[in-house]
Design a binder for this molecule. Structure first.
Ligand code: PGA
Length: 251
């Protein structure tokens, strides 16, 4: 594993005009080629981004996917539809989807399976709330979330996912986890992968939660951190590129 993966999570942000400006600024910048770079965008903008990112070093991703392949599931979007728009990645189990849209642990596993079946790489998000951390339950919670994915995916499929450790309390709060906290959890996730995957060394473990230009270097300097999932800072070209640069230096 050489390059770090830096993936932007635009969440519910963007417009045709704003996307055009943001992507024009990042897609041709030299630093994006020094890492594996992706942007995960709202569904309606996939076609726009597919066209804009064609031939660039920035890959396209989505933020959610249906666990179902087709049929009477109003409002759902399947993994094969995402693949038609050249999506390489899809975030599954983001804590906002778990908390606000009642996504369940096993459902996250089924979404990851649907993504893999269509040739996409699922970025499986795991992470604890502050209450769970304060209660000393961090690895118990993350183990439960991973076990649910492991109950759906076999050892070969698990070797083809990306895991993103995103402590809920660090997301959008401006308060990143400390390097020591991140390293400890990433080691725990790696240990889980070693027990369950065919090829655990190839699975990237990203950190996400208030990654900014001023803390990216120290987070990425940790060998256990294979990249980042970037929310707010991915909407500002200058910040996102600075984070890519920090990841490139540590790759
Ligand atoms: P943040 O979001 O960088 O704004 O904290 C990260 C995420 O939710 O993926």
């Amino acid at each position: 594993m050489t390059k770090k993966l830096v993936a932007g999570n635009w969440k519910l942000n963007g417009s045709l005009a704003a996307n055009a400006e943001l992507v024009a600024d990042i897609a041709s910048a030299p630093e994006v080629a020094l890492v594996d770079c992706a942007v995960c965008v709202p569904y309606p903008y996939l076609a726009q981004l597919q066209a804009m990112l064609d031939g660039t070093a920035v890959a396209l991703g989505a933020q959610n996917v249906s666990e179902f392949a087709r049929g009477a599931y109003t409002g759902e979007v399947s993994a094969s539809m995402l693949a038609e728009f050249a999506c390489c990645y899809v975030i599954v189990g983001h804590s906002e989807r778990r908390a606000l849209f009642a996504e369940q642990d096993e459902q996250v596993g089924r979404k990851a399976a649907a993504a893999l079946a269509a040739g996409l790489t699922p970025v499986v998000c795991v992470g604890e709330t502050l209450e769970e951390r304060d209660a000393g339950l961090v690895m118990q919670v993350i183990g439960r979330q991973l076990d649910a994915v492991g109950s759906v995916l076999d050892a070969n499929a698990l070797s083809r996912i990306v895991v993103a450790y995103e402590p809920v309390w660090a997301i959008g709060s401006g308060r990143s986890a400390s390097v020591a906290q991140v390293v400890e959890v990433h080691e725990g996730i790696r240990a889980w992968l070693v027990r369950h995957c065919e090829a655990p060394a190839g699975v990237r473990i990203l950190y996400g939660g208030s990654v900014k230009p001023d803390n990216a270097a120290e987070l990425f300097a940790a060998a256990e951190v294979d990249g980042g999932l970037i929310g707010g800072a991915s909407l500002v070209a200058r910040d996102f590129l600075a984070i890519c640069r920090a990841a490139a230096i540590q790759s």
